[in-house]
Design a protein around this ligand. Structure first.
Ligand SMILES: Nc1ncnc2c1ncn2[C@@H]1O[C@H](COP(=O)(O)OP(=O)(O)OP(=O)(O)O)[C@@H](O)[C@H]1O
Ligand SMILES: [Zn+2]
Length: 888
């Protein structure tokens, strides 16, 4: 087997690295911590997965990455292979997401299948791989430090001897197993045989015969007894019939006796009743006599003569009733009459009172009205005086207005026109005053200018006096204005006097008109008052008359009341009379009613007597009938008593007792016999079962005998097989041990040539012993560190050779991988190591990969790989050294 190419991404310190590997000796070098061991580990991981790394899967992923990939291409036994693994962190843990193996036969997937296939190819699992091909850093002493047993297991495993042991163990297990089964079956067989013997000893057939004859006997007995029991039952029934009939007859006689007694009793009872009725009739007759004498007396009292029968009495009572009704009616009429008169008297008295009240009220009203009229007449007189005054004034004013120059209705217009004229004149007067003032000023100014020699028109200095005429005109104008002003003043004076007079006229007219109006009002008021007074006086008169009328009416009503009272007294007297009459009628009616009552009582008593007589006769008939029935019953009883046969009954009773006794005995006996029969049948069944079982047991015995025989031969075969495997392994191991010892001595000689050690011995139990030249023995752990390392490497190489050369033909071996093998070696021994490696190549090991810093080893390499770590990213990479080119 050869590694061809490895591709790593994010495995431990690696970023992305691609590296081809060549046959021959490859040395990987680099500073501490640069990632050399990790590179080898990556290849190991590619082959064996999780088993190849110390920690967990996630520790193998580069610190800051989430996933990693390792791919390894290798050739093996002429075929090309590629294994690829991808691991990813999911959640908290890392898991393998891809695991595949390409083989010449096809592709495999899944951790389990891929690893099983690789173990098959290399004929070793991860542990065997590190024991043989991959000497890990610091593990050089592993094989030496192991106990012989461990060593034996390791080496046996590598050489596939372990398998033989497994087979032997399996054969042994099989032998033990077969023995266990065989022993159990033998025990079972012995048990069956003992059981059969016990059963055969029992004489089952004889027992069966005895039981069957006993059963027949019991069955016969049961049948006989059942027949006898049936006969006894019949006898019992017959006796019971006879006794039953006798019992019935006796019961009938008893019933008859009771009935006879009952009837006799009933007859006596009825006779007693009849006697009582006789007594009652006697009493009633006495009552009747008393009643009749009472009646006679009553009739005499009532004066009815001899015709005192019920009809006459009833007729008379009817007559009396009619008379009484009439009387009652009459009394009622009079009572109503008296009531009516009394009512009338009362109401007339009330009316008298009313009339009197009305009369006094009316009279006082009349007096009030008369007083009012008197007072009103006085007031009216003063009003009339006032009216006369008004008339005088009106006449005076009319005379004043008559002096006016215009008609009455034009007076205001006249005053208005004078007022207008006056206002116009005053206005004109004011104008004239202004004009006059202006004119006087013009004259004065002109005179001043003239005195100064200037033109009064334009104010310019003048030569001469061109405007003198104007001054003159002005002076004339002043004079005219003064005259006009004087006239205007006179006119105004006149107008003012006129206006004053016109105002007086207007005012007089206004007063006159107002007074005229007032006078009309006063006039109508007086008229109204006058008629009111008249009305009152008339009304007072009328009221006085009315009062007189009321008084008359009161007197009349009082008289009517007296009359009514008299009439009521008369009516009451009449009522008294009628009541006396009625009392008489009542007394007569009472007497008659008493007679009627007595008549009815007599009739009732006679009817009672009659009824009692009838009842007495009926009871006599009833007793006759009873006596007849009594005679019949007595006959029947005598008949039955004659029929009674005492002897027959006695016999029947005896039979019955006998039968009952027999039955009482036979039933429990039969019960017992039946139980016996059942028991016998069960016993027979049990014996028959046992016979069947015996048959079964015999068959089983035969079968078991056959099985035991087969197991016995099987056991022998397994024992033989176990022995064969053990022998084979011992033989093979001896051969291996011999060859391994030879190879070990050969390699150890090669790497450790000095005088100290003569040879190494490897015994059958893989016990290692080193012999010194003087013949003394040494255990390998007594060697120095360096010696131990060399010794170990020798052992490894020997094993490796043994494996690669094969015990029988060659087996394909993985590359020999050594991680830092030179640690304990001095320079001399490093040279020996180089020789060892070369010798391995000579022995046909195709690929050796060594991690080392040692110059000498580097020098011996066919190929050089440099590993370095980028100090900034802290990521490692591997590449072929430049020096490698020079080497080839
Ligand atoms: N999961 C990881 N991610 C990143 N770096 C890691 C991880 N696991 C280990 N390392 C680092 O990888 C580096 C390489 O270790 P390795 O044992 O391969 O070095 P080496 O070259 O064999 O050193 P030495 O010469 O001392 O044997 C170490 O510095 C270690 O800290
Ligand atoms: Zn290292």
């Amino acid at each position: 087997m050869k590694f061809e190419h490895v591709h790593i991404r994010n495995f431990k310190c690696y970023a992305e690295t691609d590296l081809s590997l060549r046959p021959g000796v490859t040395v990987i070098h680099g500073v501490n911590g640069s990632g050399k061991s990790s590179l080898l580990e990556a290849c190991f991981f590619a082959l064996y997965g999780a088993a190849a790394i110390d920690g967990t899967l996630d520790e193998a992923i580069a610190n800051d990455a989430e996933e990693m990939v390792v791919e390894l291409e290798f050739t093996h036994d002429g075929g090309e292979y590629r294994v690829e693994r991808e691991v990813k962190i999911r959640g908290d843990t890392a898991g393998t997401t891809t695991c595949l193996l390409e083989t010449p036969e096809g592709q495999l997937e899944g951790v389990t299948d891929v690893e099983a296939h690789i173990e098959g190819l290399l004929r070793m699992d991860a542990e065997a791989f590190v024991n043989c091909a991959y000497v890990r850093q610091g593990e050089v002493n592993k094989l030496i430090n192991a106990s012989p047993g461990e060593r034996q297991d390791m080496i046996d495993d590598l050489l596939q001897l372990g398998k033989l042991e497994t087979y032997r163990e399996r054969a042994s297990d099989a032998r033990v197993g077969v023995k266990r089964v065989r022993d159990r079956k033998q025990e079972l067989l012995a048990d069956r045989e003992a059981t059969i013997e016990a059963k055969e000893d029992k004489d089952l057939h004889d027992t069966l015969n005895a039981l069957e004859s006993e059963l027949a006997e019991v069955t016969d007995d049961i049948e006989t007894k059942e027949r006898e029991r049936d006969a006894a039952r019949e006898t019992l029934e017959a006796a019971e019939d006879v006794l039953g009939a006798a019992e019935e007859r006796r019961e009938e006689i008893e019933t008859l006796e009771a009935e006879i007694e009952e009837l006799t009793e009933a007859i006596a009872e009825t006779e007693r009743e009849r006697e009582t009725i006789d007594e009652r009739v006697g009493t009633l007759r006495e009552d009747l006599e008393t009643l009749e004498s009472d009646l006679e007396a009553a009739i005499a009292e009532a004066d009815l003569g001899s015709e005192a029968d019920a009809e006459t009495v009833a007729d008379r009572l009817e007559e009396l009733e009619t008379e009484a009704d009439d009387l009652r009616e009459e009394i009622e009429t009079h009572r109503l009459e008296a009531q009516e008169h009394a009512n009338k008297a009362e109401s007339e008295r009330e009316r008298t009172e009313e009339y009197r009240e009305q009369a006094s009220e009316t009279r006082s009203e009349a007096e009030d009205l008369a007083a009012e009229a008197e007072k009103a007449t006085e007031t009216l007189e003063s009003k009339r005086e006032r009216l006369a005054e008004m008339d005088d004034r009106i006449e005076e004013l009319r005379a004043t207005v008559a002096e006016a120059p215009v008609e009455r209705d034009r007076l205001e217009a006249h005053r208005e026109s004078i007022r207008t004229d006056l206002d116009d004149a005053n206005e004109r007067l004011a104008e004239l005053r202004t004009e006059l003032k202006n004119a006087r000023e013009s004259v004065a100014e002109a005179e001043r200018l003239l005195d100064a020699g200037k033109c009064p028109e334009c104010g310019q200095p003048v030569e001469g006096s061109p405007h003198v005429e104007t001054i003159e005109d002005d002076r004339r104008r002043v004079e005219e204005l003064e005259a006009e002003l004087e006239a205007k003043r006179d006119e105004i004076e006149t107008l003012e006097a006129d206006h004053e007079q016109a105002v007086e006229f207007v005012e007089a007219e206004a007063e006159r008109s107002r007074l005229a109006e007032n006078r009309a009002d006063v006039r109508s008021l007086i008229d109204e008052r006058e008629s009111t007074i008249e009305d009152k006086q008339r009304r007072a008169e009328t009221l006085r008359e009315e009062a007189a009328e009321h008084e008359t009416e009161a007197k009349a009503a009082d008289e009517r009341a007296d009359a009514a009272e008299t009439a009521a007294g008369a009516a009451r007297e009449k009522i008294g009379e009628l009541n006396r009459e009625k009392k008489r009628l009542d007394e007569e009616r009472e007497r008659l009613e008493r007679i009627e009552e007595l008549l009815a009582e007599i009739e009732g008593t006679e009817r009672d007597i009659e009824r009692l007589r009838e009842r007495r006769a009926n009871e006599a008939d009833l007793n006759d009938q009873r006596r007849e029935r009594l005679a019949e019953k007595r006959d029947r009883k005598a008949e039955l008593e004659a029929e009674f046969d005492e002897a027959a009954i006695e016999e029947a009773e005896a039979e019955k007792t006998r039968a009952e006794n027999y039955l009482a005995d036979v039933e429990p006996y039969l019960e017992k016999r039946r139980e016996e029969r059942d028991r016998l049948q069960n016993e027979i069944g049990a014996v028959e079962n046992e016979l069947e079982e015996l048959e079964d047991l015999r068959t089983q015995r035969e079968e078991l005998e056959a099985v035991v025989e087969r197991l016995r031969s099987l056991y022998e075969e397994a024992a033989e097989l176990e022995e064969t495997y053990a022998d084979l392994r011992a033989e093979l191991r001896q051969r291996n041990v011999d060859r391994l010892e030879a190879m070990l001595n050969e390699t150890f000689d090669l790497v450790y040539q000095n005088d100290s050690y003569a040879r190494i011995e490897l015994d059958g139990d893989y016990e290692l012993t080193v012999y010194q030249k003087d013949g003394t023995e040494l255990a390998p752990d007594q060697l120095s560190g360096g010696e131990r390392a060399l010794f170990n490497l020798s052992l490894r190489c020997a094993i490796y050779r043994l494996l690669s050369e094969g015990i029988e033909g060659s087996a394909p071996t993985p590359p020999l991988i050594l991680d830092e093998p030179t640690v304990f070696l001095d320079a001399g021994h490093v040279s020996k190591l180089v020789e060892l490696i070369e010798s391995m190549t000579d022995h046909g090991v195709a690929q050796i990969i060594v991690v080392s810093h040692d110059e000498e080893l580097v020098g011996a390499a066919d190929d050089l790989i440099a590993v370095r770590k980028d100090p900034t990213t802290n990521r490692s990479s591997a590449e072929r050294s430049a020096a490698a080119g020079a080497l080839t």
